[in-house]
Ligand binder design. Structure first.
Ligand code: CTP
Length: 428
């Protein structure tokens, strides 16, 4: 495995409370894509595109041409992106919106792009908000043409495309297929996955988990004691969801196995509900063979009721409930891992590094993420976390306090290093 000190995101701090490195999780910034939507039937597919870009961890701001608003409403994009949508009629009180938008964008994506916008861009025409923003910007541009195949082959369009390509504008598509006009040919908007991959490549986003089949568990299990009551814990699922989203953004093929959560499961990630430890055990068993790794972020109840009552137990003086230990799910997986990468969490209140190391070895894990659940600013339900990541090699890395999504990326940096090392070993 590569030495941690070789990684640019790790800084040695020397042995301090057993921690050797600090990583710069907080320095990671969200990338901004300006999505220009022009007027074609394919405008509706830009909705899915906006959603998929956001799932990849990209912030999306939409600018629509007047004719695009006749196909899809700005409200749809505003709801999908959580950002105001800019049109010629509404620049949200910014008289210099074209400059503001152009400066903010790390990349401008025009999808779908009509023959009209390609012509304007090739000639430097700036007669509406989208084209003035394109002319004002110096971010890379990707265009995704969608039009009738005769239009795509028209000599003027062909020359405009050549001009734009020569200037470094990147084209995705068009694809061949049945067009909105009923004809078949080249002119169909490229598949959304292809566009997202081009954006990721252009922004040099990490795709270091591409194709890695990852199971992520999240939330807290609930063990019934009767038909209406249960023994549970305070996990909200935020850390597990952040991990699932971050892994998907890095190209992993993620399945989320969710116990009780207070946050909505992410859209676009296959979800398996598993409320109890035994349901989670079954869900993991069913999918373990076909996975490459597991991140066990769920707070699995250590005990279940020995004999849950089938109905609702009536009120009475005292009620003795006998709890029996649940199996340790990740330790079970640790016994049959055969090259899979296993990441556990250790919820601790005292001497975290020592307990973390002990759990890592006892459960046969590759990484363990220790967090101090006694602190309300980073514990259950908090939006931020601060963790210590311990690897089997003994490397111990402190990820400073940061939003859970950034901490998730810091954890996945280490998973990606293990994946790269194993791929290297396999091909050597
Ligand atoms: N875990 C599990 N099955 C259990 C209990 C825990 O798979 N029955 C997993 C958790 O998802 C976590 C790791 O084991 O990834 C450590 O959980 P934690 O609660 O910190 O430790 P425990 O092993 O339960 O030990 P203790 O509660 O005594 O600290």
């Amino acid at each position: 495995m590569r030495n941690a000190s070789a990684s640019p995101s790790l800084y040695p701090i020397g042995p301090r409370q057993g921690i050797l490195y600090v990583c710069n999780a907080t320095k990671r910034m969200k990338r901004n894509v300006l999505l220009g939507v022009t007027g074609g039937v394919a405008a509706y597919r830009a909705c899915d595109l906006a959603r998929r870009l956001m799932e990849s961890g990209i912030a999306v701001t939409v600018v629509m041409t007047r004719s695009a608003t006749r196909f899809v409403t700005p409200l749809t994009f505003a709801a999908l992106t959580g950002n105001p949508v800019y049109t010629d009629d509404d620049t949200h009180d910014d008289p210099m919106a074209h400059i503001t938008l152009a400066r903010k964008a790390d990349l401008i994506l025009v999808a779908p792009a009509t023959a009209n916008v390609l012509g304007k861009l090739a000639c430097g025409v700036a007669d509406d908000l989208l084209t003035t923003t394109l002319v004002a910007g110096n971010a890379p541009i990707i265009v995704v043409p969608a039009m009738n195949s005769q239009m795509w082959q028209n000599q003027a369009v062909v020359e405009n495309v050549a001009t734009l390509r020569a200037r470094g504008v990147r084209f995705v598509g068009p694809a061949e297929g049945l067009l909105a006009c009923g004809e078949t040919g080249e002119g169909k908007m490229a598949p959304v996955e292809e566009i997202v991959a081009a954006v990721a490549e252009e922004l040099a986003l990490r795709r270091d988990l591409a194709g890695f089949r990852l199971l992520v568990t999240a939330g807290g299990t609930r063990e019934p004691i009767d038909a209406v009551r249960y023994v549970g814990n305070r996990s909200t699922g935020k850390m597990g969801v952040a991990l699932a989203e971050a892994a998907q953004a890095r190209g992993a093929d993620v399945t989320l196995i969710a116990a009780a959560m207070e946050v909505a499961p992410p859209e676009g990630i296959p979800l398996v509900r598993a409320e109890t430890a035994s349901a989670m055990r079954a869900a993991l068993a069913e999918r373990f063979e076909g996975c490459d790794g597991v991140v066990m972020a769920a707070a699995v109840g250590d005990y279940a009721c020995a004999d849950p009552a089938p109905g609702k137990v009536k009120k009475r003086e005292a009620w003795r409930v006998e709890l029996t230990p649940n199996p340790d799910l990740i330790a079970e997986l640790g016994m049959k891992k055969r090259g899979r990468i296993l990441v556990g969490f250790a919820a601790e209140t005292d001497t975290p590094v020592e307990y973390g190391r002990e759990k890592l070895i006892r459960k046969n894990l590759d990484l363990i993420v220790v967090n101090d659940v006694s602190r309300s600013d980073i514990g259950f339900g908090a939006d931020q976390n601060e963790v210590i990541i311990i690897a089997r090699s003994g490397e111990t890395i402190a990820a400073p306090k940061a939003p859970k999504r950034e901490v998730a990326d810091a954890i996945l940096d280490h998973v990606a290093r293990l994946v790269a090392a194993r791929t290297g070993e396999a091909t050597a």
